[in-house]
Design a protein around this ligand. Structure first.
Ligand code: ADP
Ligand code: MG
Length: 243
């Protein structure tokens, strides 16, 4: 489904991603953990081309691209196949919950408003916010806003959803409801790549954990193996600091 090969990214002379190789199967939930400054966000941003990688191959479904030969059309296709949920939700303040979810359908996908609205209402139901369809962001809690952020990403019907620390700007009591929404997507076999510091969630929701350190994937395995029997000393050291 997704195959990343030999991906490199530098900012000036800071090498941030060093030969990243990663495969994700359809319906798989892969969680990336690792110290901060390690390149986790940069990896997600390279996958949907918010950052331009220096070299490597990215295959998603039927799209196979070599970064060095990438065309504008490839970039457009890559962005359509992926959607990103950010740490802060950046909702449109002057649009309702429903309007926020369907905005890109109408503007980017040029869908007619009725059709988009039907999709939006279905998504509101899935994320448990049907009663908030006409509320503005200022009338929603942080957890509700992030659920709308997830709904907005779902609306694009991506082949893979990328989450960059989706709960790290939330008050602790609001984290659970957002993680529940992500878990419900996992049950529906959504393919997801998630960066998180929530180790309990990682343990429960991930099919596979990828430990990144210093721009490389150091170790990857099932949550059970990573949490109970990590093989690499750096993984052990990291887990000691967070568990
Ligand atoms: P993580 O998400 O694991 O905390 P990041 O991918 O955000 O790590 O950052 C990895 C490294 O790249 C850090 O040293 C960070 O300062 C640097 N970096 C990230 N984005 C940029 C940028 N746009 N320009 C320059 N350096 C950046
Ligand atoms: Mg980050």
């Amino acid at each position: 489904m997704i195959k990343i090969e030999g991906l490199y990214k530098s900012f000036d002379n800071l090498k941030v991603l060093k030969e990243i190789n990663l495969e994700i199967n359809k319906g798989e939930v892969v969680v990336i953990i690792g110290p901060s400054g390690t390149g986790k966000s940069t990896l997600l941003r390279c996958i949907n081309y918010l950052e331009e990688p220096d070299e490597g191959m990215i295959d998603i479904g039927d799209l196979k691209v070599n970064i060095e030969e990438m065309t504008k059309y490839d970039i457009h296709k890559l962005r359509r196949k992926t959607s990103m949920v950010f740490q802060t939700y950046n909702l449109f303040k002057n649009k309702t919950a429903l309007e926020n979810i369907i905005e890109a359908l109408v503007v980017v996908k040029k869908m007619n408003k009725e059709e988009a609205k039907e999709i939006g209402l279905n998504i509101l139901e899935q994320i448990g916010l049907s009663d908030k369809r006409d509320s503005y962001p200022s009338q929603l809690s942080g957890g509700q806003k992030q659920r709308i952020g997830i709904g907005r990403a779902m609306a694009m019907n991506p082949e893979v959803m990328l989450f960059d620390e989706p709960t790290s700007s939330l008050d602790p009591e609001l984290v659970g409801e957002v993680l529940e929404v992500i878990k419900s997507l996992a049950k529906e076999d959504m393919t997801m790549l998630i960066v998180t510091h929530e180790m309990g969630f990682a343990n429960e929701a991930a099919d596979r954990i990828v430990f990144m350190d210093n721009g490389r994937i150091v170790e990857q395995d099932t949550p059970k193996k990573i949490f109970n029997n990590p093989q690499n000393p750096r993984t052990m050291q990291f887990l000691e600091t967070v568990l």
